[in-house]
Design a protein around this ligand. Structure first.
Ligand code: GCB
Length: 600
C-alpha cells in the first residue's frame, strides 16, 4: 500500500520544477541542512556526462557513474570511481575558494552531498529552500532531479514531499561557477567569483495549503492604509480563512483568497509609528491561515521623491551612505548575522543612515539587521558593465533575479531603492533592457524608488535611462581614473533631470599602513586627499541627495594584481580587510556628521 501511495505522489507532483518562491523563511518551521557536506571536484563533469557526453540526468535510469546517484560499490569487484562518503568535507554555507586552498582560483564544477533523516508528519508538505548558490546549480534528492537554477545571489525552492524518506536521504548538488558572456553578471567583474553553496540550506515543513508569500506595506501615496496581498499555495477552499493581525495597531483583519489563491487587501491604520533611522520601529505582524500562524516583523514608512528631493515619511533626507560588498573580512563570502553586524556597525560608526549593497542581492540576514538598526538600503542586481543586452535569455535571467529579490525583501522597510544596473554602456538595446527591468519592478512593487548607477561624460548627467529612474545615481572617480584633484573646486556638474542625484561611487585605493605624501598613489594620505577634494566638488552638485563612496572594506578582486599593494584586493576600502581604519574614513565621518546636522 505504501508503495502504491508513493507512486501516486510521484506522478501527481511536478518534479524538476522550481515552485513559487516561499518568503519569510526565518519565521517558518525549518530544519537546517547547514553544516558539514562532502564534496567532489569535477573539472571534466565526469559525474554529469558519459564518455560520449550523454547527460546522465536525461536518461530514464541514470548510470551508477552519475554522481547524483550517490552509488556505492556493492561488492569488492564492482567498478565505481567516486565515493562521496570518502571525499573531503566543507562547511555549508560557504564558498569553496576561501575554504580549500587548492580551490582558491578554481572556476568550474564541484559536487556537494549531504545525507539526512527526516520524519515528515502525515499530510504535511516539505520544501527544500536554497538561499543562494553561485552560479549554476543542478539539484537532486535521492537520485531524482529537482531542477536547475541560474543566478548566484537569489533564493529558490523545490517541493520534496514525495521524495523525502524517514532515513537515508541524500541531497546532491552540482555547482558550476564557470563564467559565460550571456550570464548575469557577464565574464568581467571587479569582484571575486566565489563558487559554492554560499547561503543557508533549509527544509521548510508546511500544511498542504499554506501562506507562500505576501506583501504587507503602506499603500503608495497613503500613509494610513496598509495594503498588499496574501498568496496561498495549493488553496484548499474548505479552509479559506485568512487573517492579518497587528496587535499594536489594533488591526485584526479577516478575508478570503480568490480561486487563484490570492487575497488583495487594504486595511486602514491609525497612529502608526513610522520606521526611520531615528525610529526603526518594527511591528509584530501575524498572518493566519488554515489554523497556522506565520509571524513577521515589519516596519511601515513612505519613501518618495518630489522634484529633486527624497522624502522619507514626508520629510527630506540626505542619504549618508557607503557601498558594501558581501565579504566577511576573512577572504570569503559573508552570510551570517555576525558578518552583517560587523559591516553595518562600521557603517553606523561612519555616520551612515544608508548602505548601497553592491553589486548583487546580498543575504537576507543583512537586510533584516538593517531593518532593526534603521539603516536604509539600496539593493542591486548584477546587471554589471556589459551583459548581453540584445540577448532575450540574458534579459529573462536578469528579470528572474529581480523578481526573486523583490519577492524575498519587499516587506523590509529598510529597502528604499531597487537598482537596475551598474555602469552599463549606453545603446538602444541597453536602454530597452533597463526600461523593461524598471517597468517590471514597478509592476511588482510600486512603493519603492528605482535607480541605477550610471556613467557620465564631462560632468553632465545625460543618460536616456534617467527618464525612468526616480533617483539618478552615477559613479565618478576624480583623481583616480582621471582628472586632477587640484581642479576639484572648479568642476561644476550639470544634470538634465530635475530629480534627486546620488553619487553612488567615488574613491581611490590605499594600502592600510602605507604612508607618504598626498600625491603618492596607494598611500593613506593620497586617499585622504582624494576624499577631501572630491567632497568639495560633490557638495556643489545640483540636486545632490546622497553619496555612497566606494567602498567600506577592501575586497578580493582577481583584477587587482599589483604586488605588495593590491595582492588580489581592491584597496578602495575606508577600512582594510583586517579591520584597520584608514585616514579617509575620518574625512567621511566628519562630512557625514556635518550633513546630519544640516538635515536635522
Ligand atoms: C566601479 C565599479 C566597481 C569597481 C570600482 C573600482 O566603477 O562600479 O565595481 O570596483 O569602480 O574600484 O574601480
Amino acid at each position: 500500500m505504501k508503495k502504491i501511495l508513493t507512486l501516486l505522489f510521484l506522478t501527481s507532483f511536478a518534479i524538476g520544477q522550481s515552485q513559487g518562491l516561499i518568503s519569510n523563511v526565518s519565521n517558518r518551521n525549518t530544519t537546517s541542512l547547514n553544516g558539514v557536506w562532502n564534496y567532489i571536484i569535477d573539472p571534466y563533469q565526469t559525474g554529469f556526462y558519459s564518455f560520449h557526453l550523454d547527460q546522465y540526468d536525461k536518461s530514464e535510469k541514470p548510470a551508477k557513474g552519475a554522481f547524483f546517484s550517490n552509488y556505492h560499490a556493492q561488492n569488492k569487484q564492482e567498478l565505481v570511481e567516486y565515493d562521496f562518503d570518502k571525499s573531503p568535507t566543507i562547511n555549508i554555507p560557504g564558498d569553496w575558494n576561501s575554504q580549500v586552498a587548492e580551490l582558491k582560483y578554481y572556476e568550474g564544477n564541484v559536487w556537494f552531498k549531504k545525507s539526512f533523516d527526516y520524519n515528515l508528519t502525515a499530510n504535511k508538505h516539505l520544501f527544500l529552500y536554497l538561499g543562494a548558490i553561485n552560479y549554476k546549480a543542478d539539484v537532486y534528492l535521492n537520485g531524482k532531479k529537482l531542477g536547475t537554477h541560474e543566478g548566484g545571489f537569489t533564493p529558490f525552492n523545490y517541493e520534496v514531499t514525495s521524495i523525502v524518506k524517514p532515513t537515508g536521504n541524500y541531497l546532491v548538488i552540482k555547482v558550476d561557477n564557470t563564467r559565460h558572456k550571456e550570464d548575469v553578471p557577464t565574464v568581467n567583474t571587479d569582484w571575486w567569483n566565489y563558487g559554492g553553496i554560499t547561503r543557508d540550506v533549509n527544509l521548510i515543513e508546511e500544511e498542504s495549503s499554506f501562506v507562500e508569500d505576501y506583501t504587507i506595506q503602506l499603500k503608495k501615496g497613503n500613509a494610513n492604509i496598509i495594503s498588499g496581498f496574501i498568496k496561498i499555495n495549493n488553496l484548499d477552499a474548505s479552509k479559506n480563512n485568512i487573517s492579518i493581525s497587528i496587535p499594536e495597531l489594533k488591526i485584526n483583519f479577516k478575508g478570503k483568497a480568490a480561486s487563484n489563491g490570492i487575497l488583495n487587501f487594504e486595511i486602514p491604520a491609525k497612529k502608526i509609528s513610522y520606521w526611520s533611522p531615528e525610529n526603526p520601529k518594527l511591528y509584530n505582524v501575524t498572518v493566519g491561515f488554515n489554523g497556522k500562524k506565520l509571524n513577521d516583523q515589519i516596519g511601515f514608512r513612505t519613501i518618495e521623491t518630489k522634484e529633486d528631493k527624497i522624502l522619507l515619511n514626508g520629510k527630506e533626507i540626505f542619504l549618508r551612505g557607503i557601498s558594501i560588498h558581501e565579504e566577511n573580512g576573512k577572504g570569503g563570502r559573508a552570510n551570517s548575522v555576525e558578518d552583517a553586524l560587523r559591516l553595518l556597525n562600521w557603517a553606523k560608526e561612519l555616520g551612515c543612515n544608508y548602505v548601497r549593497l553592491a553589486h548583487y542581492p546580498h543575504n537576507e540576514n543583512i537586510i533584516r539587521e538593517a531593518d532593526k538598526m534603521g539603516i536604509m538600503v539600496w539593493e542591486e542586481i548584477p546587471v554589471y558593465w556589459t551583459v548581453e543586452f540584445k540577448n532575450d535569455n540574458t534579459y529573462k535571467n536578469a528579470e528572474d533575479q529581480l523578481t526573486a529579490s523583490i519577492t524575498r525583501d519587499k516587506n523590509r522597510a529598510s529597502i528604499i531603492i531597487w537598482s537596475m544596473a551598474n555602469e552599463t554602456p549606453i545603446s538602444d538595446a541597453r536602454n530597452t533592457f533597463i526600461r523593461n527591468l524598471a517597468s517590471h519592478t514597478r509592476s511588482l512593487d510600486n512603493t519603492r524608488l528605482i535607480s541605477a548607477a550610471l556613467l557620465t561624460k564631462k560632468e553632465t548627467i545625460d543618460d536616456p535611462i534617467g527618464e525612468v529612474l526616480d533617483v539618478v545615481a552615477f559613479n565618478q572617480y576624480l583623481g583616480w581614473y582621471g582628472g586632477n584633484l587640484e581642479d576639484a573646486e572648479k568642476i561644476t556638474w550639470k544634470s538634465k533631470y530635475n530629480k534627486p542625484i546620488v553619487v553612488s561611487e567615488f574613491g581611490g585605493d590605499a594600502k592600510a599602513g602605507f604612508h607618504g605624501e598626498k600625491n603618492e598613489r596607494w598611500t593613506e594620505e593620497y586617499q585622504e586627499y582624494l576624499y577631501i577634494q572630491n567632497l568639495k566638488m560633490i557638495e556643489k552638485i545640483p540636486h545632490l541627495s546622497g553619496t555612497s563612496p566606494w567602498i567600506l572594506v577592501d575586497f578580493r578582486s582577481p583584477k587587482r594584481l599589483l604586488p605588495g599593494i593590491q595582492d588580489g584586493y581592491n584597496r578602495k576600502g575606508l577600512i582594510s580587510n583586517d579591520g584597520e581604519k584608514k585616514k579617509a574614513f575620518y574625512i567621511m565621518q566628519d562630512w557625514y556628521a556635518k550633513k546630519k546636522k544640516e538635515y536635522q
